[in-house]
Design a protein around this ligand. Structure first.
Ligand code: 13P
Length: 243
């Protein structure tokens, strides 16, 4: 059975004064029956991990090399050393803004696993690709190249056009994509493909979480804006626990 996972991606938001939100989420998380993960900006990871209790902490990116002359980068081992247990990889903001390819994402995922992190691998089509009827082909092609050899991963389907826009695909569109992702995970990993959590991401809010979590093969969410405040993220976690 895939785990139910509510993951928050803070992106480049938050300073040490925001740690109180992480503390509030961590305290409430003890009574909510789902796996909760928060991925704050790297400078906050160590402090966040000290507060987190049942809340797991993740990074938002890592380098594919173990160490070396890579100014400004962060290794998977360094994330582990600061208390992280997950890392988001291949987010569309990194694929688009930094030219990250599927093969680079796979190399990062391999290194993350070697270091003891569980990678959260993001996939998603652009608006133009969806309009052209290419969404399934694009996302399944991303999946086939971006994943590592080991099935110890989480997948996040995040249509680029739904991120930060308030737009969400229809229930039928999410169903079609998540069913196709599940089938391909089976094809890649065999029986272990059944246990991989497939998260939906893109404008998830307390108001739409219940409807999204009712969709088969949606095992949770990767949440951006609505993970910044406990008052928004906790209702999403509760909806997931009740789904
Ligand atoms: P929003 O929830 O702000 O749309 O962001 C989604 C996202 O990119 C999470 O990784």
């Amino acid at each position: 059975m895939p785990q139910k996972i509510a993951a928050g991606n803070w992106k480049m938001n938050g300073t040490r004064s925001s740690l109180s939100e992480i503390q509030a989420i961590a305290e409430a998380a003890q009574d909510i029956d789902c796996t909760a993960i928060l991925c704050p900006p790297a400078p906050l990871i160590h402090s966040a991990a000290g507060l987190a209790g049942p809340l797991a902490i993740g990074g938002q990116n890592c380098h594919h090399a173990k160490s070396g002359a890579f100014t400004g980068d962060i290794s998977a081992e360094q994330l582990v050393d600061c208390g992280a247990s997950y890392v988001i990889l291949g987010h569309s903001e990194r694929r688009e803004g930094y030219g990250e390819s599927d093969t680079l994402v796979r190399d990062k995922a391999q290194e993350a696993l070697r270091s003891g992190l569980t990678p959260i691998i993001c996939l998603g089509e652009s608006r133009d690709q969806r309009t052209a009827g290419q969404a399934l082909d694009i996302v399944l092609a991303q999946l086939s190249v971006s994943v590592p050899d080991d099935a110890q991963i989480i997948i996040a389907y995040e249509p680029v056009w739904a991120i930060g826009t308030g737009l969400v695909p229809s229930v039928a569109e999410i169903t079609e994509m998540h069913d196709a992702l599940r089938a391909q995970l089976h094809a890649i990993y065999g029986a272990s493909g059944q246990d991989i959590s497939i998260l939906y991401g893109g404008s998830v809010k307390p108001s739409n979480a219940q409807e999204i979590f009712a969709i088969p093969n949606v095992n949770g969410a990767l949440v951006g804006g609505a993970s910044l405040k406990a008052e928004d993220f906790l209702p999403i976690m509760r909806s997931l626990a009740e789904s």
